[in-house]
Design a protein around this ligand. Structure first.
Ligand code: 5GP
Ligand code: ZN
Length: 112
């Protein structure tokens, strides 16, 4: 399958991967928007959030749980932001679901 994040998950394309378990991996974003900016992705290819099924509810919980745990390990104890962009108008550019974790700077609201 021609998917960038599947290739990162399989190791075919290099990335600064720093966490892996049976369901997810985490790696640093290539274009960081904050001092801490990494992505948590499922190993399984799911194009966008609207492709999730009932059976994926635990996986999404695991992604969020892992994201916060890794954020704390990266020193984001003052706070951090989790973002999942969905489809074109939501700003999604890579069509394999991923949770952004941004931290170590002040976040603002609303996002652009
Ligand atoms: P999206 O816009 O889909 O929510 O987020 C995609 C993210 O993937 C962007 O923040 C972008 O910088 C990141 N990204 C795109 N290509 C690569 C890559 O080859 N390696 C890494 N580590 N990140 C990437
Ligand atoms: Zn994929």
């Amino acid at each position: 399958m021609d998917c960038l994040f599947c290739k990162i998950a399989s190791g075919d394309i290099p990335a600064r991967k720093f966490y892996e378990d049976d369901q997810v991996i985490a790696f640093h974003d290539i274009g960081p928007q904050a001092p801490v900016h990494f992505l948590v992705i499922p190993k399984r290819h799911i194009p966008t959030l609207t492709d999730l099924t009932e059976a994926d509810k635990a996986l999404v919980g695991h992604i969020a749980y892992t994201a916060q745990r890794l954020a704390m390990e990266q020193g984001c104890d003052q706070g951090f932001r989790l973002v999942m962009n969905c489809n074109e108008q939501g700003g999604q550019t890579v069509f394999h679901i991923h949770m952004h974790v941004l931290g170590q700077r002040q976040m603002h609201w609303p996002p652009g």
